[in-house]
Design a protein around this ligand. Structure first.
Ligand code: ADP
Length: 244
């Protein structure tokens, strides 16, 4: 239908919402029972690869949390645009950077750095100390929120395992407090911060396990085949796998 024809058929009651009042279209959250299938469909539609699923708790029933692995760009990941969040591997200033941080800021648009700028500094130049997490809106990203966390620089942190554990745990706590049901992490600290990915994947999976009752699905979006395979091997060792 042409634009003129569309205008002709739009009566006052069917007029599209004002984009300033309703800046983002939100799909309603999927029903709980179909959530697993819904999130697979959403990932396939965004062009992410992989898609293996694991149960976060061996003992819990059908309603318990799931862990899923995808391959690709975390900035295209979303489930419902309402109860979903991606995690940014940020730095302590929270004003953008390289790697996944740069990709998230580019995709979210300049409002994201403005939102980060108003996060209070806890000391000069530090908005989010290593191991902590902060939350902002997601602006042009297809998800509801961005959770910013800072992983350890592997060769400089005295206890990199503790700091990485804190980064995952505090992100998941913040997600829970904000009603997030679906969360996607990149491989925090496994880029320029040089955390060995085998060790990092074990910390990532074990912290996700601790939130099996709080968050419906914890996803990892891995940027390379190598990282995807490392996360898959760890998940297979630690968790029961489920059919797609
Ligand atoms: P850090 O400083 O925590 O090491 P980096 O951004 O350098 O953060 O890397 C973290 C991980 O994110 C790396 O494994 C990197 O390959 C990955 N990565 C980079 N860009 C993206 C992206 N667009 N989506 C998902 N993962 C990404």
């Amino acid at each position: 239908m042409s634009r003129a024809a569309t205008r002709f058929f739009l009566t006052p009651s069917t007029r599209l919402p004002n984009p300033l009042l309703f800046p983002k279209r939100r799909r309603p959250p999927p029903p709980c029972t179909g959530a697993t299938r819904a999130s697979f469909a959403a990932m396939a539609a965004s062009g992410l690869g992989g898609g293996e699923a694991f149960r976060l708790s061996a003992s819990a029933g059908a309603g318990a949390g799931a862990l899923k692995l995808f391959k690709g760009d975390i900035t295209v990941w979303s489930v419902d645009g309402a109860t979903d969040a991606i995690v940014n591997a940020a730095n302590e200033r929270m004003l953008g950077g390289g790697g996944v941080d740069g990709a998230i800021h580019r995709a979210a648009g300049p409002e994201l750095v403005q939102a980060c700028r108003i996060v209070p500094e806890v000391k000069p130049g530090v908005r989010c100390p290593t191991g902590e997490a902060r939350i902002t809106p997601a602006f042009k990203l297809p998800v509801s929120r961005v959770i910013h966390t800072v992983g350890p620089i592997y060769d400089m942190d005295r206890q990199p395992d503790v700091s990485l554990n804190n980064a995952y745990t505090n992100s998941l706590k913040l997600a829970k407090e904000n009603g997030i049901q679906y969360i996607a992490f990149p491989a925090i600290s496994c880029g320029v911060f040089r955390y060995p990915p085998e060790e990092a994947s074990k910390i990532a999976v074990s912290t996700a396990q601790q939130f099996s009752k709080d968050i419906k699905e914890v996803h990892f979006v891995l940027f390379s085949d190598e990282l995807y395979n490392i996360w898959r091997e760890t998940a297979k060792e630690m968790l029961p796998q489920v059919e797609k």
